[in-house]
Every structure is written in C-alpha cells, then in structure tokens.
Design a protein around this ligand. Structure first.
Ligand code: AMP
Ligand code: ZN
Length: 115
C-alpha cells in the first residue's frame, strides 16, 4: 500500500494535516515533531506508507540509506552543530506509536526533555 487513508503521516505527506516542513523530495518528507524532546527534533519519513522497520526488505535499502544520509544536511541547515541522535522505534515493545516508518533526529543544546 502506498497510502493508508487512516495513517496520520500519510495524511501529512498528502497535505491533509499541516506540518512544519523541513525538506521534501519525491520519496521523502521531513518535518518538525509536534512534541519535541530536544531543541531540534525532526522526523524523516518515506512518502510511501511503510508500517515499520519490521516491514522493510532489501528492496528498501536505498530509501533507508537516503533517510539517514539526508539527516546531516538537515541538521546543518537547522543550525545543529554539536551532535545529534537518531532513533527508530519499531512495534509495541520498541515504543512505536505512529505506524508509519519514521527516523527521529534529535539535536540542540542539552538538557533535553527526554533521550
Ligand atoms: P514514535 O513513538 O516513534 O512512533 O513517535 C511518533 C512521533 O510522532 C512522536 O514523537 C510524536 O510527537 C510525533 N507526532 C505525532 N503526531 C504528529 C504530527 N501531527 N506532527 C508531527 N509529529 C507528530
Ligand atoms: Zn502512512
């Protein structure tokens, strides 16, 4: 499934729910987390609906690589110059709340609210 009409991040990708966009191309969207843990907290998501890392296959390696490789550029553009942290939560025990694959990137001066 490319688009899940009940998925909040698919709705953000489709522009049906507003977001504070950081970056967009044909395959990826990055936006600020609505409930940030750190001074800078963005989410990088594939536009295609992938439920979680548990659904990723080797066919997705380029997409996953692009999500990670995009993050340094975005953090630089957002003025984060002293390091940052990546998190991907998978499934219930992994603490995943939104069932559309997303890469959290946290940065900015500590202390942070969480993480
Ligand atoms: P996770 O626990 O990894 O599934 O994280 C889901 C993240 O999505 C949380 O950090 C939420 O704050 C964030 N989130 C939920 N709804 C929105 C939204 N409408 N816009 C931006 N971020 C959101
Ligand atoms: Zn989705």
């Amino acid at each position: 499934m490319n688009h899940d009409p009940h998925c909040i991040f698919c709705k953000i990708v489709a522009g049906q729910i507003p977001s504070k966009k950081v970056y967009e191309d044909d395959d990826l969207l990055a936006f600020h987390d609505i409930n940030p843990w750190a001074p800078v907290h963005i989410l990088i998501v594939p536009k295609r609906h992938i439920t979680s890392m548990a659904d990723v296959t080797m066919d997705d390696q380029a997409l996953l690589g692009r999500m990670l490789a995009l993050s340094p550029r975005l953090m630089r553009e957002l003025g984060v110059g002293n390091g940052y942290r990546h998190v991907i939560n998978t499934g219930a025990d992994g603490g995943q709340e939104v069932m559309h694959l997303h890469l959290h990137v946290f940065g900015g001066p500590r202390p942070w609210k969480k993480g």
